[in-house]
Design a protein around this ligand. Structure first.
Ligand SMILES: [Fe+2]
Length: 477
């Protein structure tokens, strides 16, 4: 195992507390000195819960949350009711050259610089941005993929060893940044995804069939490359938000601020007919959103559920405090006939990482889940989510499960009961870190989150706060 020098965590609030990186790759089986299971893992769950997130390996010279940090995947495999854990960095080309030279070789997204000669001579990629492969982990078309949004996917093996970059058999060309938030259609098994580029055309919608073969690609005309992080299937449409948030690479490369926010401009919303036809544009008073929860179509109306916030939540200055701003679950209604947009806040609870039963992606559904804080009263330099919220999207009723003061809960993933088509019969999995009890995988009942965990799998090492998780049914070691 590589021994690493200490890293100055004061560089950013989001390198401190449970945002701090772990600098070891661990492997634990259930039993003595390893994992401890409290309660009972549902016997018919076989697969892996995997979560990606940023985890720097060497001293950086700048750090912007949530844009920097090498991808590290934390996997909890379950088979025959027994558990196994491992965490591994995604060994991208940039990560490999930094391992070889024993230092960071690339700049921050907030302070962009070209790699130096030693880096290039050691085989480091020549561009200014390192593919971090740190945002999401998705299984589709028989491939396990760690996703970023400014480059190719990185394919991993089930044991988290890295295979290499995956460009969809040449369907993606250099400069295409594959989104980290594709959606798998609940009806067809297709992957609805997109690429964005620094040069025009800026945005291309793509559909990969259930085997991972590209079957459609369509340019959507846009005036510039905005910060468009997520996308949502809504019946026969794909909805994206086009906020007035942009990146100025040229300014960044000459020492300036690469982030541009035009708070005086509206946010545009685009509904792209999935099977052809002209995109329909809408406008709404300025907002920003990282994530959709789900969406569906009913006649001429699209219902889009998402996490709202007032402005872009990051800046070049790591201490801007923007990341802590209020965010709430909203439902937006788009009228395809009249062009009217209406929007409703579903509740006052601070939440992020909205999820639903993925089998109903793009279709009418009932329950939305999110990591949530019922206090938003953080006394530290960064923030966390002490619980999980479940919204009944029909009635607006919400339920909250509190993991306790100071706890930090990650994205809650709805895991279906393999023997039932009902949302309520599923489970809700997330990594949680409790200040006294440490890190565990929590398994809640989707029908009754207030009952508390049906099982907790305690992990004898820290699992830092991260980004996106998914349950990979049937994927085991
Ligand atoms: Fe995301």
């Amino acid at each position: 195992m590589t021994s690493r020098p200490d890293i100055d965590l004061n560089l950013s609030p989001y390198l401190q507390g449970n945002y701090a990186p772990v600098l070891e790759e661990n492997t634990f089986d259930e039993g003595e000195g390893g994992l401890r299971v409290e309660g009972e893992i549902p016997a018919n769950l076989i697969g892996a819960f995997m979560r990606n997130g940023p985890n720097i390996a060497w001293q950086p010279d700048h750090y912007v949350y949530p844009a920097d940090g090498d991808g590290m995947v934390h996997a909890l495999y379950v088979k025959d009711g027994r558990a196994h854990y491992r965490n591994r960095w995604v060994r991208t080309a940039g990560f490999e050259v930094e391992e070889k030279l024993g230092r960071s070789c690339y700049g921050s997204v907030g302070k962009i610089r070209m790699p130096d000669e030693e880096t290039l001579a050691a085989g480091g990629p020549p561009g200014p941005l390192k593919n971090l492969a740190n945002t999401n982990i998705v299984y589709h078309g028989d491939k396990l993929m760690a996703l970023w949004e400014v480059g190719n996917a990185y394919e991993l093996n089930a044991d988290l060893s890295t295979v290499g970059e995956w460009d969809y058999a040449g369907a993606l060309t250099p400069g295409d940044g594959l989104t980290a938030h594709p959606k798998i259609c609940g009806r067809t098994g297709e992957l609805v995804t997109c690429t964005q580029r620094w040069d025009a055309p800026f945005y291309t919608l793509r559909i990969m069939d259930k085997n991972g073969k590209q079957v459609m690609s369509r340019v959507v005309e846009m005036p510039d490359r905005a910060v468009m992080h997520d996308m949502q299937i809504c019946g026969k449409y794909v909805v994206i938000f086009y906020p007035p948030a942009f990146t100025n690479l040229d300014a960044g490369l000459t020492g300036g601020n690469p982030f541009v926010w035009h708070g005086d401009r509206p946010t545009r919303i685009c509904a792209i007919p999935r099977d052809g036809g002209e995109p329909i544009w809408f406008e709404k008073s300025t907002f920003f959103s990282w994530h959709f929860t789900n969406g569906f179509q009913s006649g001429d109306k699209l219902y889009v559920d998402y996490v709202w916030m007032a402005s872009v939540p990051f800046a070049q200055d790591p201490n801007s405090g923007l990341e802590r701003q209020t965010r709430n679950m909203h439902r937006m209604t788009l009228d395809l006939k009249t062009g009217e947009v209406s929007d409703e806040k579903l509740g006052p609870t601070y939440c992020e990482f909205g999820r639903a039963d993925d089998r109903l992606c793009g279709q009418r559904y009932r329950y939305g889940f999110a990591a949530a804080s019922d206090t938003a009263d953080w006394d530290g330099p960064n923030h966390g989510y002490n619980g999980v919220i479940r919204y009944d999207m029909n009635s607006g009723d919400s339920r909250f499960w509190d993991y306790g003061a100071g706890a930090s809960a990650g994205e809650p993933v709805h895991v279906p009961d393999p023997s039932s088509a009902n949302e309520e019969d599923g489970y809700l999995m997330s990594y949680v870190t409790h200040p006294e009890e440490g890190a565990f995988l929590s398994i809640l009942s989707a029908a009754d989150i207030e009952r508390g965990p049906l099982a907790r799998v305690f992990i004898p090492t820290r699992v830092p706060n991260g980004f996106h998780a998914n349950w990979m049914p049937g994927l085991t070691l």
